[in-house]
Design a protein around this ligand. Sequence first.
Ligand SMILES: [Zn+2]
Length: 433
Amino acid sequence: MSVETVNRGYVYSGAPTSDETESYFRQCFGADRLMYNLHVAHLYEYLEKNGHTIGDKLPTFKEMVMPTVKEFKQTRMNEEGNKYLYEVDAFASNEAKQHFNKAISLFNKNAFKGQFKKSVLKRQKTLGIEPTFRDLKGMPKFHSRKNSKLSYTTFNQNDNIFIGENNVLHLPTAQKSKLSEVTIKLNIHRPLPTNSRIKNVTITMNAQGKFEVSINVEFEMEVESIGIPAVERILGLDYSQANFFVDNEGKKANYPHYYRDMEERLAKEQRKLSHMVKGSKRWKRQRLVVVKLHMKVANQRKDWLHKKAYALANRYDMVVVEDLDLRAIGQTLKLAKNQQDNGFGNFRLYLKYKLEQQGKYFVKAPKSFASTQICSDCGVKNTALKGDITTREWTCNNCHEWHDRDHNAGLNLRNYGIRWIDEVLLAPSLVVA
Ligand SMILES: [Zn+2]
């Protein structure tokens, strides 16, 4: 046995203990949005003044003389006598800055493409309106009250976040807030691990006005150290759009039909909603139907993913998957509909946790590993398959072996795992942290 420090997230539904607390949370969400928007406004102002060349990266904070969070707060206070930003959790504002920072890095990654949004190009064609830098794909946008996620994150400092009696979570308050304490009652279906330390908490309010509390904890966990020779049962899993995954034996995930039916029903209700007059009585009623169904589908799916991951972690010593960017796939292949909840991404995460808990191995083959193109029999790469997503079966030019695309990829991933044991696990230079 060895002891490892691990980080985990736990999500509970919660209810603010008073109306004042609920409005405090709403204020925090608002502060997060306001601070984010102040950053966006500053960026736009800079770009309008200095111009922006399509294809260029966005300026750094230093270049655009971005005020600090403290300065933003001060300016708002001086100009509008607005104390509001001082009355909410200070972390809410700081997080907004982090999010804005992330949005900028994300934009910069693809800035060279200089792509405009499709809707904007259509507008240009039909109405002759020229796009501006604001219409660039990925450009940080103002968060509106309607479209932004209502949430804020706060961090534990000197144990000012803790779960007290009756499963009530105590959160830090702001210096200038009227509230002496901020508390939310949690519905704890699965307790936090014993001796875990709370690192941070994110409070979110969903479309139905219900609160969700996501708690990140750190704790020491004993893991069974199994001997290396015990890595015998190795599974290669290839992500499959149609079957969720296909393994190295050609077995499919058997995603329950029932869930697919539910998803179709959801899509139907969503279509109905899209035909209604936004904001009307009927629209509001239908929107509630969609939200409820959506939550049901999401919960069922999550439950299934957990069970599947649990079963595989028990059966195998090592599972090998591809390190693919699922979001990118969703975008480029127009598979976004089934990809929205990032099911496979979560599944990989559950699988990793469940394997590591038993001292087993979760291995990700790097993006450069062409699991679909390599012939699992002779190892020769079939480069004709690069970028081709429609070919489901192929025959190797070198050894003339016939392959089912997904099954072959599963085999390659398994082979990668076998090599990984020799090259990484048993490598003499290996440093076990
Ligand atoms: Zn071959």
